[in-house]
Design a protein around this ligand. Sequence first.
Ligand code: FAD
Length: 444
Amino acid sequence: MRITSVAMSTTSDPALVVWLVRDTCRVTDNPALARAMKEAHRAQATVVALACLEPRRWTDSQFGLARSGRDWRRFRAESLLALRASLEEIGGALWIDADGPVEVLSRILETHAVVSVVTDLPVASEEESENAALAALDLQVLSVPTDELFDSSQIIMALDQLPSSFTKFRKTIEEKHRAEPLPPIATSRLDGSPAQPWPDPKALTESLGYPISDMTEVEARGGERAANDLWNAYLASGALSFYKKTRNAFSGRTNSSHLSAWLAHGCLSVRAVWHDILHYEQSHGANESTYWLRFELLWREFFRWYARHVGSRLFRRSGPTRRALDVTVNPEALAQWSAGVTGMDIVDASMRELQATGWMSNRARQLVASYLIYEAGLDWRLGAAWFESRLVDFDVASNWGNWAYIAGVGPDPRGGRIFNLELQADRYDPDGRYRQHWLSAVGS
Ligand code: FAD
């Protein structure tokens, strides 16, 4: 971040504060939007929200695989249109473009003075570089923690310990700091933002056309309203009181919260979820299960700060721990794993569910990762990249962090996780119904 003079245009169009929307598609409890409003008020400027369908996510590839899946793109397109509607209700506007932020901001600078660009604190190295490139345009870039439970100042001692284990991180927060996420902030009205000066990109409308599979257990529609509906229904079901007992199941609408896609696209504020759990505990009673959902949200938190700490090492084969790994190059094994035809039922069922729906339970993710790394002996990054190209809830820190963790090049003091796949399948799918369902529903 750097402070510079206001980047100027030569026209009389209104000066702008640009809220650059990355992965926080909501107006509720949005510190970046609130900061943009404050900056605009101070500089007598107008806020405009800008979302870029960045080529790095929408069209680029890695290891020969797309950087996003059709489910992810559809969900993001829905979330952006819902965000636009919410912004319009409070007097704002959302501009959407298919270029990257640097290209779009360069164009905007031809017609508007830009006071500052406010965005969420980068999680990974690409966003970090993008912010640096924006600053090189002489723009003031303000990065605001928007999608975390804690501001860094609340958990300094825990951050000082990175890259330590999750347990150390969690205990420092829970026991030494006794930190609690701040309550959600209120949303104010905007003064009226200028309308988008160009038509919506084709990729946006095309993505909306991709249907949700009728095999999906929980229909994942993007947007803040859909997020709240799902979360409120989960709370009303009372399933939270049993979460710890059910969360490892491979399927079941309320066996886990199913919040991941809405959290990954920022349709739901993680702090609001945390405080809703506290309210639930007051009215329904607290137990190990109600605590455990907050425990899982702390895993998400941990991986976000961890990704920031380790930077681009998260994406190297030797990972943040710089551990040399022997891997096999075996395109056939990779193709079998991706298509769900390895001959190991639990892996095949889970991979077919992912292929058909863009989703997979946490237990299944761990097992298929263990298979790819330890049974097939492949480079863990191929698995991470496959997930990135398929998951509706893809989140850079959670995905690459969990893969590195299982591969033993991330924050696991035990140096990786090898699962006994048969035992795990029989334990969490005792009647074999999940395996049977996906093996017969999606042919090989
Ligand atoms: P719940 O059990 O209800 O948990 C609630 C929330 O806590 C989740 O929505 C998620 O935000 C967070 N959470 C839970 N477990 C984890 C975890 N292990 N790490 C980080 N956050 C967690 N999650 C993603 O959101 N995006 C990803 O791209 C992703 N990739 C993964 C890759 C691998 C190899 C593994 C093992 C896990 C991955 N996860 C990822 C974490 C986890 O599997 C999903 O968040 C979870 O399955 C989503 O289901 P849920 O919302 O019902 O979870």
